[in-house]
Design a binder for this molecule. Structure first.
Ligand SMILES: NC(=O)c1ccc[n+]([C@@H]2O[C@H](COP(=O)([O-])OP(=O)(O)OC[C@H]3O[C@@H](n4cnc5c(N)ncnc54)[C@H](O)[C@@H]3O)[C@@H](O)[C@H]2O)c1
Length: 330
């Protein structure tokens, strides 16, 4: 079994990924500022370090004995990034070379870098492949792209790979309700209506359990299949209006007591639309997705019904921008 560090491992993805890694028998170090707290399971094989990736000494110390790093830590959406651009830049771009160096110095063997499929920006291309031009529209996206390039230029002496996930959906013990499918489901369940801005824009989606399966695969696959390479990782590319229709249908089915869920369409000046192609990861690494957007909506409905998502319209912890505003992080 391997000792794995997950930076940002107390986030939305981390709260599904880390329990899975423990279940597989790995030793896990979560290295996270803990801005959203942690409800990760107690385990003798889990070490949680409240550390900042900008603190290289602390990071190096925590990396002792670690063989693989899954690098998730960052300020993880556009609106949170924009709250304090200097802070966000220090984390999402400036800290990255230090992370690469610390990993090299402490002798890790594999580094899995979480980028994003929004590095491409808006594209008229019917499908966006890994080599398509990168026209990142926001600093959050631009720095993800710059980190990819920094990693390639540094070309450290361990196996490294970059993955560009689509927008995630579904339940996590640290659910984010600021991601498109999750937002619409929360509104359907708790307001009885969904508001769609525009609706014609296409967005790629991926179930959080498939995201975790992709990381699991990248841990084990032979180095020569992934080293120095980049993979899109998405499943259903859907128009926002289609997502809304699916959410409405699933919520009405799962929670008939709510009656008919309304959909209101309003004008939007956000015409960002893209359709990512994820054939490469399927073809070359044999990665297949198992879960759909509808599954994610059903999982969220179950979580609402089980009382696992209390105060979901008001608790800051579900919404990165609100939480970071409240924390006044520096
Ligand atoms: N969620 C998505 O839809 C999605 C899509 C594409 C890519 N990604 C990428 O996947 C990764 C995980 O996303 P997520 O949704 O779990 O995000 P998240 O915001 O839930 O988790 C990020 C974690 O990083 C921690 N963190 C932030 N700054 C830190 C720092 N300086 N040092 C240490 N820890 C720090 C936070 O406390 C948080 O727990 C991110 O890199 C994100 O950009 C996510």
């Amino acid at each position: 079994m391997t000792k794995i560090m997950v930076t940002g491992g107390a986030g939305y993805v981390g709260h599904v990924l880390v329990p899975r890694l423990l279940e597989l028998g790995h030793d896990v170090v979560v290295y996270d500022t803990m801005w959203f707290g942690s409800v990760l399971p107690n385990s003798p094989r889990l070490t949680q370090v409240a550390g900042d990736i900008r603190d290289q000494a602390c990071l190096e110390h925590a990396l002792a004995g670690v063989e693989t790093v899954i690098h998730l830590a960052c300020i993880s959406n556009d609106t949170s990034f924009a709250l304090d651009e200097a802070l966000s830049t220090s984390i999402n771009r400036d800290a990255f070379p230090g992370v690469i160096r610390a990993c090299e110095k402490t002798g890790i063997r594999r580094f899995i870098n979480a980028s994003t499929s929004s590095v491409y920006g808006v594209s008229d291309a019917p499908e966006v492949f890994e080599d398509n031009p990168k026209v990142p529209l926001t600093l959050y996206n631009r720095f993800k792209w710059e980190c990819e390039q920094m990693l390639a230029e540094a070309d450290p002496n361990y196996t490294w790979v970059t993955i560009r996930p689509a927008t995630l959906c579904g339940y996590s013990p640290r659910t984010r309700l600021d991601l498109s499918v999750n937002i619409l489901t929360n509104h359907a369940v708790n307001k009885g209506t969904i508001t769609v801005f525009g609706g014609e824009q296409k967005r790629p989606n991926l179930h959080i359990k498939d995201m975790v399966a992709a990381y699991e695969m990248l841990l084990n696959i032979p180095s020569d299949k992934i080293h120095r390479r980049t993979f899109n990782c998405g499943f259903q590319n859907m128009r926002i209006s289609e997502i809304a229709t699916s959410v409405k249908a699933e919520v009405e089915k799962a929670m008939p007591q709510l009656g008919t869920i309304g959909i209101t369409v309003t004008e939007s000046n956000d015409n960002r639309s893209y359709h990512i192609n994820s054939d490469k990861i399927r073809r070359e690494l044999g990665f297949g997705t198992k879960f759909t957007v509808n599954d994610a909506v059903r999982d969220l409905c179950q979580a609402f019904q089980a009382g696992l998502l209390p105060n979901s319209m008001t608790d800051d912890n579900y919404f990165n921008v609100q939480k970071l505003k409240a924390l006044k992080v520096k």
